[in-house]
Design a protein around this ligand. Structure first.
Ligand SMILES: [Fe+2]
Length: 359
């Protein structure tokens, strides 16, 4: 059985395209109560970007802080309950920020029409009805959350997405000018998320011509951005990285991620590491799985003088390491892709602990 891809309904790309937001959402205001809920990264609280969004007086604005932790099921439930109690069912949700904000907007859209705790819906096709209209405006490139068909949440038990046919954004605005102020380390770690998406997507049993085509083009762009003659943060590369992120996201969506993401989820769930950073910490030690790509990754680290911490595991307890291994073990779709359907005969829980002890 082949995967049916739910793709984004409408997309606009280009510098200044954020100014087209009103024309994209105003027709949607005829549905539900006419209000839009804006979820904006608190980083932009005093930025001119908020004015550019041109909220109407009836719209509702939340600044969410994603610095401390990645999106949680509790956070989504709190937002959903507050909106429904104080404002009613909105016409739609607009998310403006990084991957965490994209995931919040997608999850919130779904949970506004689904009752109960969102932790009950972490998994595949557990949500049974469409959410409200949702539009994403990424302000950092690399996560692929702008096009992915999952809304990753950390719950009381697991880090796992709400994944159903209505998760993907109805519309997205890709305006590279919004990414120019991203701090350098954050730019690098999040950009590497895309690089790793492509490598993992292509290295596993679900690889196919569709995911390879997007992955190869994305990798080409990543190389230009991170080790090419014109590498670094500049306008041309901001444009390229935004498209690399989109293509990398499409590549993994029609394939799967692998060992690095399985370990990264453990690091995020137990230690609270941010996704892009956690990926880099793990990928740096996965030469036996991803070969030359890890060497190329190290070149990129050196090229941008990124000082990735070493020997982190010496500060972790045995309990933390076994808890992280357990989180990874509970992501069989990633291990199946990376190692095959008989993955449990190729790696044990103890082996996974060993992978964490490398870091
Ligand atoms: Fe990722």
């Amino acid at each position: 059985m082949h995967k049916i891809l739910n793709n984004i309904g409408k997309l606009v790309f280009g510098r200044g395209s954020v100014h087209q937001l009103s024309s994209m959402i105003d027709p949607i205001r005829e549905k539900n109560n006419g209000k839009f809920v804006f979820i904006v990264d608190h980083f932009f609280k005093s930025s001119s970007l908020v004015g550019d969004l041109k909220l109407k007086p009836e719209d509702v604005l939340y600044f969410e802080d994603c610095d401390v932790h990645e999106p949680t099921t509790e956070q989504i439930d709190r937002l959903r309950d507050d909106i429904l109690l104080n404002h009613g069912l909105p016409s739609g949700v607009v998310g403006v920020g990084g991957g965490s904000i994209m995931d919040i907007a997608k999850a919130l859209s779904l949970m506004l029409t689904t009752e109960g705790p969102s932790s009950d819906y972490q998994g595949l096709n557990l949500i049974k009805k469409p959410g409200v209209f949702h539009l994403g405006i990424p302000t950092i490139s690399g996560t692929g959350a702008e096009c992915s068909t999952t809304a990753v949440l950390t719950g009381p038990v697991k880090k796992l997405g709400l994944k159903c046919e209505w998760t993907v954004f109805d519309q997205i605005i890709l305006d590279p000018s919004l990414t120019h102020s991203v701090p350098r380390n954050h730019w690098f770690y999040t950009g590497m998320d895309t690089y790793i998406h492509c490598i993992e997507s292509e290295t596993g049993i679900h690889n196919n011509a569709f995911s390879r085509a997007y992955g190869e083009e994305s990798l080409k762009l990543c190389r230009e951005v991170f080790i090419g003659p014109n590498s670094g943060q500049n306008e041309e590369n901001d444009d390229k990285l935004m498209i690399a992120s989109l293509f990398g996201g499409l590549s993994l969506t029609y394939s799967e991620v692998g060992v690095c993401h399985a370990l990264s989820y453990g690091l995020s769930k137990i230690l609270g590491y941010r996704h892009g950073y956690a990926n880099c910490i793990a990928f740096n030690h996965l030469h036996d799985y991803y070969g030359d790509a890890v060497l190329e990754f190290k070149q990129m680290l050196a090229h941008h003088s990124i000082d990735l911490p070493q020997n982190l595991s010496s500060g972790w307890t045995d309990d933390q390491i076994s808890a992280m291994a357990q989180v990874s073990w509970n992501l069989p779709h990633m291990w199946i892709h990376a190692l095959g359907h008989d993955w449990e005969s190729k790696i044990s829980l103890k082996d996974m602990e060993g992978l964490f002890r490398r870091l």
